[in-house]
Design a protein around this ligand. Structure first.
Ligand SMILES: *[C@@H]1O[C@H](CO)[C@@H](O)[C@H](O)[C@H]1NC(C)=O
Ligand SMILES: *[C@@H]1O[C@H](CO)[C@@H](O)[C@H](O)[C@H]1NC(C)=O
Ligand SMILES: *[C@@H]1O[C@H](CO)[C@@H](O)[C@H](O)[C@H]1NC(C)=O
Length: 376
């Protein structure tokens, strides 16, 4: 064919452009469809995961508080908690205990029937100050979420005590639609590991007490987290303590990055999930810190004994109505559902003697002498 390169007629140009536009439209649609599909895959796996739990809305009955105990082995203050739960409507609370693997709560290991067989069957070995602590907390939350009646989730240690009776604590927690999670910025502490970036940006790094109280939705966020926890496991590790036997190795070890996972995980995760507007940024558990242990060194929580758990001291703790966060220059006036309330419902660390005194002073309920005799 020797057809000359004649000017292409306008009609052909139009036709070609039309085909081009159609082609791109189809291509875009396909790409969009593909992306939609892959997004759908991700979200549907999340849905199927939470679908295995009974829907929150589908439940009607009295809401429960789930008391989640993180124990080393037994619960030394079980006699006080036993008295706390006595005569309470069983439909209003549930108990779960994470203890050493294989440790069973029964007649021979606890003085309170409320704890019989309440231990998790899948518990793990926990090293204090390591990420296994968070793993244990997540196991507790996961099991407690199986009961749709559980609406508040309170994490407690084996040395925690209640400062009020059950009905007071129940009404306080249920009145607030928010979680209570201590959460603050601390520019000085240096626990943020730059290697966490970009998954955890420095701006979202938070610090706060491990002792939290959660609403159901936040408990689900923590259990469903598959992104932040692995980063903590890898980059938030405690520096080993000085050990004379290790000699010169110490110089290297003490240069290691120091991070205490359980003091950062929950507040950081909630900040990253955009949920800070749904929390009261404070803990409900009072801890007295011994500041004489040295400047910025590891402060030690003070342990209450019989003598310093006197009614006057307990009354002082119960009358605290605000907390000052010096790294943020923030005064947190304690509120629940916009009403002024005492800041603390629980306290740690209490010895048996101190807990005995609370019991005999009638802090958790009317005192019955037979409870003391049972515990001898
Ligand atoms: C619980 O404590 C509150 C306040 O401390 C008190 O008003 C209430 O009567 C107590 N309830 C029971 C059932 O003891
Ligand atoms: C929270 O406070 C509001 C306003 O005072 C009140 O109407 C509501 O019932 C309270 N919520 C709960 C759960 O007590
Ligand atoms: C505080 O810590 C110091 C040093 O570790 C100790 O000697 C002191 O007894 C502690 N005080 C209290 C009230 O626990």
């Amino acid at each position: 064919m020797t057809k000359k390169a004649a000017p292409i007629p306008t009609r052909h140009v139009l036709w070609f452009s039309w085909k081009l536009v159609t082609f791109f439209c189809i291509a875009f649609s396909l790409v969009a469809l593909f992306r939609l599909h892959s997004q759908y895959d991700i979200s549907s796996s999340v849905i199927s995961r939470s679908r295995s739990r009974i829907r929150y809305d589908s439940f009607d009955g009295p809401p429960k508080i789930a008391f989640l105990f993180l124990a080393r082995r037994d619960l030394p203050l079980d006699f006080l908690w036993g008295s706390f739960f006595e005569n309470v409507d069983a439909a209003k609370f549930s108990i779960y205990i994470h203890s050493a693997p294989g440790f069973v709560f029964g007649e021979s290991t606890t003085r309170s029937k409320f704890f019989y067989d309440r231990q998790l069957s899948n518990s793990i070995q926990v090293a204090w100050g390591e990420s296994s602590m968070i793993a244990a907390e997540r196991l507790l939350l996961d099991v407690a979420l199986e009961d749709p009646a559980n609406r508040r989730f309170v994490l407690l240690s084996d040395s925690c005590v209640p400062l009020y009776n059950f009905s007071y604590i129940y009404n306080y927690l249920m009145a607030s639609p928010r979680s209570f999670v201590d959460s603050f910025l601390d520019g000085k502490e240096g626990r943020y590991n730059p290697k966490m970036s970009p998954i955890i940006p420095k701006g979202k790094w938070r610090k706060g007490s491990q002792w939290i109280s959660l609403i159901r939705r936040h408990a689900e966020v923590i259990v469903d987290d598959e992104v932040i926890f692995p980063v903590f496991k890898k980059f938030c590790k405690r520096r080993p303590p000085l050990d004379a036997r290790k000699g010169k190795m110490n110089i290297k070890l003490q240069k290691q990055h120091n991070c205490i996972p359980d003091e950062h995980y929950v507040p950081t995760l909630l900040a990253m999930s955009g949920l800070e507007g749904e929390i009261e940024r404070r803990t409900l558990t009072y801890t007295q810190w011994n500041q004489s242990a040295g400047e910025n060194q590891n402060w030690h929580p003070h342990t209450f004994s019989y003598t310093n758990a006197a009614p006057q001291q307990i009354k002082e703790i119960k009358s605290i109505n605000h907390v000052y966060y010096e790294t943020e220059f923030r005064t947190e006036w304690c509120r629940a559902n916009s009403t002024s309330v005492p800041c603390f419902l629980f306290a740690r660390k209490f010895s048996r003697g101190a807990a005995m005194r609370l019991l005999s002073e009638g802090v958790v309920g009317p005192f019955d002498v037979s409870e003391l005799l049972d515990t001898s």
